[in-house]
Design a protein around this ligand. Structure first.
Ligand code: FAD
Length: 266
């Protein structure tokens, strides 16, 4: 299978670098084809601006969404953006390796999303008419692909537990896992997380590496997070979850199937 690793860390000898290297070697040894977008090594341009579109004139008013849509449609995106889109279409699974920085992804990775997940490619896909809000949340250009976050954190696991002071990790990662990855159609696996890593001792690497390898082995078989599909009958015409669903849950959790809900709802 084809696996794209999108890796965001400035230091190759970092823990994140070691996890990325492990993913490459382990997946390759299992017979997968692996490509890596090493964003710092690529000197990835993180800022979205008029330079992303070959036909954009200096001084011309920029409406980024419309420029993105036009350039995607007529093939006039900046070549670095088109190259990353090609990698995403090639991939059957995408692994994101990054440290949690300010409760989210590093800016360079956010800039990769902003620019690569273009209009017509990752959003604004499908019919938008009446109560049809396009192909998104489980449908879209990247449907049929899997995604997994591999995130290292300085904070301790209890701080990220359900009642932890940092907020539950599922809630913190919801904007990425649901808003960025499920939105254009990817099936999102539960994240691989390594906590309290700034104090990691040499002997603690081995269990982390073994746990990570086990998750890599499940990349194509583990059950994804059971996010509700937008067009799966869960939401009303205004995209509000229908009464009776999500009972007992709150916040972002209502968008995940409860185990006792009928899987046949889609
Ligand atoms: P490194 O610094 O490279 O390594 C960490 C430890 O692992 C070191 O002790 C190193 O010796 C050891 N190590 C590295 N590689 C190996 C190896 N191959 N084998 C054995 N040991 C190894 N944390 C939070 O929890 N929440 C936040 O919101 C948050 N925001 C941050 C914002 C910024 C700007 C920064 C800089 C940090 C933030 N942190 C936060 C902490 C951050 O998540 C961690 O520093 C990061 O995850 C550590 O990953 P690293 O790859 O940089 O580790």
């Amino acid at each position: 299978m084809n696996v794209l690793i999108v890796y965001a860390h400035p230091e190759p000898r970092s823990l994140n670098g070691a996890l990325k290297d492990l993913a490459v070697s382990h997946l390759t040894a299992r017979g997968h084809s692996v490509r890596v977008s090493d964003l710092y090594a690529m000197d990835w341009k993180a800022t979205a601006d008029g330079g992303d579109f070959l036909h954009h004139q200096a001084g011309e008013k920029l409406t980024y969404r419309l420029a993105s849509k036009g350039a995607f449609a007529d093939g006039s995106q900046s070549p670095d953006i088109a190259a990353e889109q090609e990698k995403l279409l090639w991939a059957q699974a995408v692994l994101f390796q990054f440290p949690l920085w300010w409760f989210s992804m590093p800016a360079i990775l956010k800039g990769w999303v902003d620019r690569v997940f273009a209009a017509g490619f990752a959003y604004g896909v499908g019919v938008h008419e009446g109560e049809r809000w396009g192909d998104r949340y489980g449908e879209g250009t990247l449907a049929g692909r899997r995604a997994m976050l591999s995130v290292t954190m300085g904070g301790r696991a209890p701080h990220y537990s359900e009642r932890g002071v940092n907020g539950a990790v599922d809630d913190l990662l919801f904007p990425i896992q649901h808003g960025v990855l499920f939105y254009p159609g990817m099936e999102v696996l539960p994240p691989f997380t390594a906590y309290q890593v700034d104090r990691l001792k040499a002997e603690e690497w081995h269990p982390i590496a073994e746990a990570f390898k086990a998750r890599l082995d499940g990349l194509f078989t583990d059950a994804p997070i059971a996010f509700r599909r937008q067009n799966g009958g869960h939401y009303d015409g205004q995209q509000v979850l229908k009464p009776g669903l999500g009972q007992g849950a709150s916040g972002t959790r209502i968008h995940v199937h409860a185990p006792d809900e009928l899987a046949s709802r889609g």
